[in-house]
Design a protein around this ligand. Structure first.
Ligand code: ADP
Ligand code: ADP
Length: 232
């Protein structure tokens, strides 16, 4: 589902240059929950942001669902990006919009018809358990509820892939577990491919099928979670 081929990302120029990814290759299968773990500065955030080209790699190719995103023009890329949802550590909700309108936002951007928006938003509110909170603003919600809005918004365009950028790092352990359970439910229900980055081993061990350990912009180890982390 996702193929990263020889990705290199260099930030800045001249003496301020920093290599965040160095010829990194990775293959993620349809329907799996794939974790990327590493210390701060390892390149995790750059890696996940390269999958939907929020960050453009300096070199290398990004393929999602058989399409090379790195070869697309702007308009084609916008179309392909609807197949890739993303959630964030700090939720990135529109603070001046209600829960309902935050979830509806990508649908409106895509020009979806009104009755279909309403049907879809109600379905998503139910899926993430926020049907009673549809008219609240983000400031009135707990962290876990905000992330549920983030998940619903990310799913609005029926993506094949969900990218999770430290999605539970701002949450307490109990709330983290409830969000991880929701991600697992969604993975099963929609056969959605999930890629998550984290610095927390617990997150990897709770929900990931496979994991890559990243260090200094490269993968130092990868495989099934039990193999990578429970060696004798
Ligand atoms: P992680 O998510 O694992 O903490 P990042 O991908 O954020 O790692 O960062 C990898 C490296 O790239 C770090 O050395 C970081 O300082 C550098 N870096 C990240 N973003 C930028 C940027 N916008 N400009 C310059 N350097 C950056
Ligand atoms: P209408 O509901 O009259 O068709 P729009 O489609 O422009 O109006 O927007 C509907 C709702 O989406 C607005 O009430 C608003 O809450 C939200 N919205 C749209 N664009 C933005 C934006 N850029 N920032 C915050 N909220 C927005």
């Amino acid at each position: 589902m996702i193929e990263l081929k020889n990705l290199t990302k260099v930030y800045g120029k001249g003496s301020k240059q920093a290599t965040a990814l160095s010829a990194l290759s990775l293959s993620i299968k349809k329907g799996e929950i794939f974790g990327v773990i590493g210390h701060s500065g390892a390149g995790k955030s750059t890696l996940i942001r390269c999958i939907n080209l929020l960050e453009r790699p300096t070199q290398g190719e990004v393929w999602v669902d058989g399409v090379e995103l790195t070869a697309l023009r702007k308009h084609q890329l916008q179309v392909q990006r609807r197949k890739i949802g993303m959630i964030f550590q700090h939720f990135n909700l529109l603070s001046s919009a209600t829960v309902y309108n935050n979830i509806a936002f990508p649908l409106r951007l895509a020009g979806t018809e009104g009755a279909e928006i309403e049907r879809k938003v109600k379905e998503l509110l139910f899926l993430v358990g926020l049907e009673e909170h549809w008219n609240k603003y983000p400031a009135e919600l707990s962290g876990g509820q905000k992330q549920r809005v983030g998940i619903a918004r990310a799913l609005a365009s029926d993506p094949d892939v969900l990218l999770c950028d430290e999605a539970t790092s701002a949450l307490d352990p109990q709330t983290t577990d409830s969000i991880l359970r929701l991600l697992m439910d969604i993975n099963t229900k929609f056969n959605l491919t999930i890629v998550l980055i984290t610095h927390e081993m617990h997150v990897i061990q709770s929900i990931c099928d496979r994991v890559a350990v990243i260090h200094g912009g490269g993968i130092v180890e990868q495989g099934e979670v039990a193999q990578v982390f429970l060696k004798p």
